[in-house]
Design a protein around this ligand. Sequence first.
Ligand code: SAM
Ligand code: SF4
Length: 462
Amino acid sequence: MKFVSRTIPQSGGYYTRDWIDMKKKYLYIETFGCQMNVHDSEQMAALLAGVGYQLTENSEQADLILINGCSIRAKAEQKAFSELGRLIKLKEQNPRLIVGFGGCLAQHLGKKVFSRMPALDLVFGTHNIHRLPEMIAAVQKERKKIKHTDFSTKITSLNIFAPPPEGSICAFVSIMQGCDNYCAYCVVPYLRGPEMSRTPEDIIGEIKKLTKLGVKEVTLLGQNVNSYGKKLDHGCNFVSLIKKINKIDGIERIRFTTSHPKDLSDELIACFADVPKLCEHIHLPVQSGSNHVLKLMNRGYSVEDYSEKIKRLRSVCPQISITSDIIVGFPGETKKDYQETIDLMETIRFDLLFSFKYSERKGTAAQKLQDDVPETVKRQRLEDLQALQDMHAQEKNSALEGSVQEVLVEGQSKNSEKDMMGRTRSWKIVNFKGGPELIGRQVDIKITKGQLHSLRGKIEET
Ligand code: SAM
Ligand code: SF4
């Protein structure tokens, strides 16, 4: 995932490095991975703006290049390295260029990255973002390689205020970092450390600042938001945090991700009926429909527990959309286990699914299990599962045809310059004819067509 630049400093026309005001410094960031990594990149940009770096979308113009890599699966790791390999070659034309490698992947590999990429200047981990200006100054001054991948017991990096790209209507807000769950396949607890929550005061202060910049919708981020506040002395749990945010003037919509099924409480389920600004969507990763596999994964719930929670969610909020994550080909997953996942999908019918082939990760508990599902079988299972999911998604979106949906308009559509784009409260993309004056407004849209990945609609005349 590329980090979208907030400002494009050049005004157009052809220009070479000689024409650039050398007092200005340019930063190019490339981001891979989830919303957390995107948000980490926003924090890096905000912090470096404070020491004079302006974002650029042109890597050849950059004085500083940062790659924010993801290591959740082997494929993401390969992508980040191939991009690093391409970008580091720019040092041949510009010896003053500083190249840094950060995020989960840097945390994972530490100084080994230097042996793989000897020209690299800087490696920094997930708890060291706030030290970037100091690290860059040291590289510049001492012209030596710097590595900081130590864990901190404080959440300094999370408290960096990162304004979202200019004109944004929606913003991410990290409410916690780390994870204590140790699912057998997952590297996150090793890379982002133990769970730590920000104080409600810091979170609310940040959201109020965001409203002043025009933000109307916030997505609260954490690996398991249900655990929010457990280690704080504030007596503020996730539900009380949502209720506090609901009272903030200027905020119209609240979302969160990710929620772990084992910790999804009845109190939180009730919020979908009782908290007006909380949108009717939950991302609740199930990972597998087989109790045998869920146990091996150390997920802490059964298929029956999960189904019961979905039933309760749908009973308090019938229009809720449900999205999930599934891994196929986990060690020991038999044909029967896989069929049980398919059966669960048929019963639940997710609105959207993020599905992955199991990828063995060093240091995880699953690494000790034999990765015994052949690659061809993993690939076939993933293909079949995705084909089924496409049918379900199409069915769900077609069912919305003729309905009127409240859409928060985010900007121009990617499909056509004449179209605008927004999301329903249930997190579905809607494209419709309209002008930029609608950006930031909630508009009633009549759905005319349910497509596989989005909805088409027209403004409902009142
Ligand atoms: N904390 C969230 C949770 O518990 O669901 C998500 C964490 S992870 C960044 C996002 C998704 O990546 C997971 O839900 C899982 O489906 C997938 N994932 C994590 N490790 C994986 C692995 N080793 N192989 C394949 N998929 C993996
Ligand atoms: Fe990884 Fe599990 Fe933590 Fe999610 S809850 S980040 S899958 S260990």
